[in-house]
Design a protein around this ligand. Structure first.
Ligand SMILES: Nc1ncnc2c1ncn2[C@@H]1O[C@H](COP(=O)(O)OP(=O)(O)O)[C@@H](O)[C@H]1O
Ligand SMILES: [Mg+2]
Length: 479
């Protein structure tokens, strides 16, 4: 079903209200008018009947207490004279209720004794009744007793018609139709204006929403119109901001992901190309004995690089994708540092670098394997950058509520423009040189992810005396 417009609904509501109000009010006022006319008429008939009764009782009644034929003729003669001016019909009735004189000639003798108002008058009281005539008019009947010496001798019976609602409606039908038509026209015009006024802000809002849906996330609604439409516009704008924000974030996330995928592909390609090329050369068969061994070593080295890359990616994914909490234990960073340095000893010795651990740090909560991985990664980088004959120092301490672990080296330091990117995935400051020596640039990304998972921070800086410093801070647990 098609939804009805505001205009149609308003029109329906207006018409109902108008018709109900107009009909109700008209009925009420017409009823009042009818009642008023009846009261006025009754007053008039009453007075006239009283006057006639008084006159009849004093002038025309003889001693017998009954109207004689002469009396009747005289009264009739008097009434005949009044007939042309009478707006009402007057009858004089005898004690039985039979008409002895009537302003409408020819009906003398009609019996009215069984009418309720006449019965009352003949019982010495005032009687009145209304009836609806065949023409739809209201007829009022008033009867008063004719009394002499306290005895009822007859009655004056007066009647007249007045307008009823029905006659009023019939009389004014054409005018009523015109009024109703005017009413409807005014209602239509009002509805049109009102519905335009009410729906204009909604239409503009709807246009804005359509534009938004079509992809223009910058459009905003201008609050206008009633309080409700203003609220709607504000709510729409708030929603727009939210959607805009989410879409921007999703796009960024999308870009990060696709860059990640292309970075990974790139990292895979180099060792794979090397392995393939070397294997092909070996296949050709005419390789000198001493080169053959070198080629096989290359294949193993590149395969190792691939394994490292796969491991690093898996580690990163595990840390950053982890939903649950880390398995936390109380950790003495000094012990962890010693274990990490010990495990790296064959490597650092081969590089000719001397690694030492100084100071101590307060106990922290953490995942001991992950923290050992942080230290190992930092010491690996530091010893690689320092080179033979240099020294690397792991320094432990405390700063406020944080345990501090720094790895200091005597290498070349970090270029200023590399500092902000150091902890990004696949970032290598000296790409050409590190390709052979280092990893894929995931080490510091892993370090940073582990530090964040421990509610800690990691920063890199250049030491004034030369070399670089990598500093991790972890919150100390209250004992
Ligand atoms: N101690 C350091 N001194 C100078 N540069 C460093 C040091 N440690 C890391 N870097 C720079 O940061 C880059 C990223 O390090 P990392 O994430 O561990 O990747 P990778 O070790 O695989 O190269 C390195 O390529 C290097 O350029
Ligand atoms: Mg590294």
């Amino acid at each position: 079903m098609r939804a009805t417009s505001i205009r149609t609904r308003l029109l329906a509501a207006f018409l109902i209200v108008a018709v109900v109000a107009a009909a109700g009010l008209s009925f009420y006022f017409l009823k009042e008018l009818e009642g008023f006319a009846l009261r006025k008429l009754e007053e008039r008939l009453h007075t006239q009947a009283r006057v006639l009764a008084a006159v009849a009782s004093t002038t025309y009644l003889d001693g017998t207490g009954r109207f004689s034929a002469t009396d009747a003729r005289q009264i009739q003669a008097a009434l005949d004279q009044a007939t042309p001016y009478a707006a009402s019909r007057m009858r004089v009735l005898d004690v039985e209720g039979a008409a002895i004189a009537d302003t409408t000639p020819g009906d003398v003798g009609d019996p009215y004794g069984d009418r309720i108002e006449v019965k009352r008058a003949l019982a010495g009281e005032y009687g009145a009744a209304t009836r609806i005539t065949e023409l739809g008019r209201v007829a009022l009947y008033v009867a008063v007793p004719i009394e002499q010496d306290g005895q009822v001798r007859g009655a004056v019976y007066a009647s007249s018609t007045t307008f009823s609602i029905v006659t009023l409606l019939a009389t004014y039908r054409t005018r009523l139709i015109i009024v109703i038509a005017l009413f409807i026209v005014v209602t239509l015009v009002l509805t049109e204006l009102l519905s335009r006024w009410l729906s204009r802000p909604l239409q503009s809002l709807s246009a804005t929403a359509t534009a938004f849906a079509a992809g223009d996330h910058a459009v905003r609604a201008t609050p206008s119109g009633s309080r409700e439409t203003r609220m709607l516009a504000s709510a729409f704008n708030a929603m727009g901001d939210e959607v805009d924000h989410v879409v921007t974030e999703l796009k960024q996330e999308e870009r990060r992901k696709s860059r990640f995928v292309s970075d990974v592909s790139h990292e895979l390609r180099t060792p794979l190309t090397a392995i393939r090329g070397t294997a092909e050369t070996l296949l050709e068969g005419d390789v000198p004995e001493q080169d053959e061994r070198r080629f096989l070593e290359t294949i193993i080295r590149e395969a190792d690089r691939l394994t490292r890359l796969a491991n690093d990616l898996l580690t990163l994914q595990r840390i950053e994708g982890a939903t649950g909490e880390l398995p936390l234990r109380r950790i003495k960073l000094r012990d962890t540092a010693e274990r990490a340095v010990g495990a790296l000893a064959p490597l650092t010795d081969a590089r000719g670098v001397q690694v030492s651990i100084v100071g101590d740090a307060p106990t922290v909560l953490g995942d001991v394997d992950r923290l050992q991985q942080v230290i190992a990664n930092l010491v690996d980088n530091a010893s690689r950058m320092t080179g033979a004959g240099g020294r690397v120092t792991v320094e432990l301490g405390r700063e406020g509520d944080f345990a501090v672990l720094s790895v200091l080296d005597e290498g070349p330091g970090i270029p200023e423009d590399a500092l902000p990117h150091l902890f990004e995935r696949f970032y290598r400051a000296q790409a050409s040189r590190d390709r052979s020596t280092g990893g894929a640039g995931l080490g510091l990304a892993i370090v940073s992810a582990i530090a964040r998972a421990h509610a800690g921070t990691i920063t890199a800086s250049n030491r004034p005396e030369g070399g670089s410093a990598f500093t991790m801070k972890l919150p100390v647990i209250a004992d």
